[in-house]
Design a protein around this ligand. Structure first.
Ligand SMILES: [Zn+2]
Ligand SMILES: [Zn+2]
Length: 472
């Protein structure tokens, strides 16, 4: 008997945690935390497994190091302390940095009163988890045969998923007597190459079960956008800004999008499309992550193995407020690539945005996902519709809001495949059953309708959190 149960919410992009019980062996695929909900409410519900006394977690497999896939790992280990945790080598290096960093941040935010919830784990607990990590190269099968109640032999293999550094899809091959069973978990994926990494390279089917992400399932614009066009638009935007002696703020997520942007700007400088001496300012966690990109360039797929993020000259963003203000009000153009990507309050990008908004020379260019109602989305909407004269990005200090004088634009550089490409994944893996996860309901429904239409032999299931699905 093979069962699946979603421990996290499946109807939105929240903490991913998919549990498979394969003939007695418990495998948790990802252990995420909802990035939009602080505290216990944003955790997957590990207690759901307690209703099934035989359903422990023997192994956790982490598809990649984004918070919505790893953020609850130390909490999971309190429920299942004997679980061993498998991932790729780059993901392991990222985890060694990101989980203790997350503990520090939770503590700080709680202390400062930004977050009403006490930290869910300590830095020490995050560091201790590392003793349970095992890392594997791509396309190299490893055994999951030491489950406490194991009755079948299981092998797992990682395949490059393109999405971000270290991201993989996982093939699980199970043998129980005469019965053979194959399941594939896509994680987050991009079939298309990005600036540093080539696109996903998944195996051929058939598989019995495909657990598939559906992030862009309800996004028709994503199908119509080409990377080339977005790159051209961004380049043009930067050129126009520096011509009027303005600076560019690119709010970007520390893992993935930042390094992509640095790579692009480096390429444009090399091609003489941007001045060689145009400074790029970077800061904080993002610099540590860039270092991991460089250290793993021979052990994870690259478009150009020789490319190094730090070979592109970057200046450290000044720590002092006075120096930073001076840079922004000065005559010297620069590009600021800093977090958060959504302009959350008390972050560097938020602080710089407040300085830039009133100055018509400057530009703020969003290059990643901006969730509705976050400060980034508020600014974008106000700038695009020009419905509001003023935007309140800092209600505490400037309740009356600020007039938008700078240029604000959005560019699409997704690390996710669009919905047509997700259908190609179904085509390649030829699943008997598809479980659609990691997407809003609207996205999963579009995917379900289209899979049923194009692949009528495939059964489509939209799992609900906490409801077990018998998969074989
Ligand atoms: Zn991701
Ligand atoms: Zn995700």
């Amino acid at each position: 008997m093979f069962h699946y149960i979603a421990l996290g919410s499946t109807s939105e992009i929240s903490g991913s945690a998919h549990y498979l019980n394969l003939a007695g062996t418990g495998i948790l695929l990802d252990s995420g935390q909802d990035p939009n909900i602080d505290g216990v409410a944003g955790l997957p519900d590990f207690n759901l497994l307690e209703k099934h006394p035989d359903w422990g977690v023997d192994y956790a497999i982490l598809s990649h190091a984004h918070h919505d896939h790893i953020g609850s790992l130390p909490v999971m280990l309190r429920h299942f302390p004997h679980a061993r945790i498998h991932m790729t080598q780059p993901t392991r290096l990222l985890l060694d940095f990101l989980l203790p960093e997350s503990a520090r941040l939770q503590k700080k935010r709680f202390k400062e009163g930004v977050n009403a919830h006490p930290p869910m784990f300590t830095e020490e607990q995050a560091e201790l988890a590392a003793y349970l990590y095992r890392s594997w190269p791509l396309e190299t099968p490893f055994d999951l045969n030491e489950g406490v109640r194991a009755q079948a032999s299981i092998q797992a293999t990682f395949y490059h998923a393109g999405h971000t550094l270290g991201a993989v899809g996982t093939l699980l091959e199970v043998e129980q007597g005469e019965q053979a069973f194959r399941a594939f978990y896509s994680g987050d994926l991009s079939l298309r190459a990005q600036a540093i990494q080539p696109g996903a390279d998944f195996p051929k089917g058939p598989v019995d079960v495909l657990i598939l992400e559906s992030t862009l399932g309800a996004d028709p614009t994503a199908e119509l956008t080409t990377r080339k066009r977005e790159e051209d638009r961004l380049l043009e935007g930067i050129q126009k800004t520096i011509k009027r002696k303005g600076s560019v703020l690119i709010p970007a997520f520390a893992l993935g999008r930042s390094q992509e942007m640095i790579a692009l700007i480096g390429r444009w400088k090399k091609q003489k499309k941007l001045p060689e001496d145009l400074p790029i300012y970077t800061a904080g966690a993002q610099r540590a992550i860039s270092d991991i990109y460089d250290r793993t360039r021979f052990i994870s797929p690259r478009i150009d193995e020789k490319f190094e993020v730090f070979k592109i000259e970057q200046k450290r963003l000044p720590k002092s407020k006075a120096k930073l203000d001076h840079l922004i009000s000065g005559e010297e153009p620069g590009i600021f690539i800093v977090g958060s990507g959504m302009l959350f309050e008390r972050t560097l990008s938020h602080r710089i945005a407040l300085k830039m908004i009133g100055d018509p020379r400057h530009s703020i260019f969003f290059v990643g996902y901006v969730k509705p109602d976050c400060p980034g989305a508020v600014l974008l909407e106000a700038a695009q519709n020009r419905t509001t004269e003023k935007v309140a990005l800092d209600p505490l200090h400037q309740p009356e809001g600020m007039t938008i004088a700078c240029t604000v634009e959005r560019f699409r550089f997704s690390g996710h495949s669009n919905r047509r490409e997700l259908l190609q994944v179904v085509e390649k893996l030829q699943p008997r059953k598809v479980l659609l996860v990691h997407g809003e309901d609207e996205a999963r429904i579009w995917m379900a309708d289209n899979i049923r239409y194009f692949y009528p032999d495939t059964e489509v299931i939209l799992p609900t959190q906490g409801v077990p699905v018998l998969v074989a």
